[in-house]
Design a protein around this ligand. Sequence first.
Ligand SMILES: [Zn+2]
Length: 232
Amino acid sequence: MKRLKTLLLACLVLSVALCNAADKKQNTQAVVKNSIHKIVRADINTPDDAILELKNGNKRFLLNKPENINYKEQIEQTKGRQKPLAAVLTCMDSRVPPEIIFDQGIGNVFSIRVAGNIEDEDILGSMEYATEHAGAKVIVVLGHTHCGAVTGAVQNVKLGNLTHLLEHIRISLANNVTGDKVVDETAKNNVKQTIKELYEKSEILHEMVEQGKLKIVGALYDIETGKVAFME
Ligand SMILES: [Zn+2]
């Protein structure tokens, strides 16, 4: 009798363990299914959808609750093709990685990075590829606070090839403020100036905006808080 009881107890323990394992498998499958849906971006159809996703991504980043961090799975899902929702032109500053601060991981964002987020012909070509050819629905020109390149421009630094780059930023020098505010105000002006140049210099981008296929927006990333403030 005692042996039978022991046997029954063992069966009970085993069946509970099997149930738990089955539940766990189901949950894992649900998570995978969910993130596959995210990666193919079936939910992004318009420029406004793309902007909303970037805003939500920054909220997830600020809450320290990222969703797009299963890089192994994202590599698997994007190995045959890519369909990014956005192109982000930002500074090369090591503290401003677009894929992380917008919680987009691999395959969702074209990152174009240069000190001071300025444009030139090659960058325009990259943006035309990202939007007209690859289907990105928004271009974000993203400046940031405490920018070293902007500080160099404000201080009129001369240094080899950097001098030319800083002169490009000096077009946007803020004359209406003083002290510590000059750098961040200049960074904002510089974002607006870059957007103006994108419209003026690229017929392809201009037409796509006119047709409602694309939006070009400015934003400023706060180095101290991690928050992206869109200039809309
Ligand atoms: Zn910078």
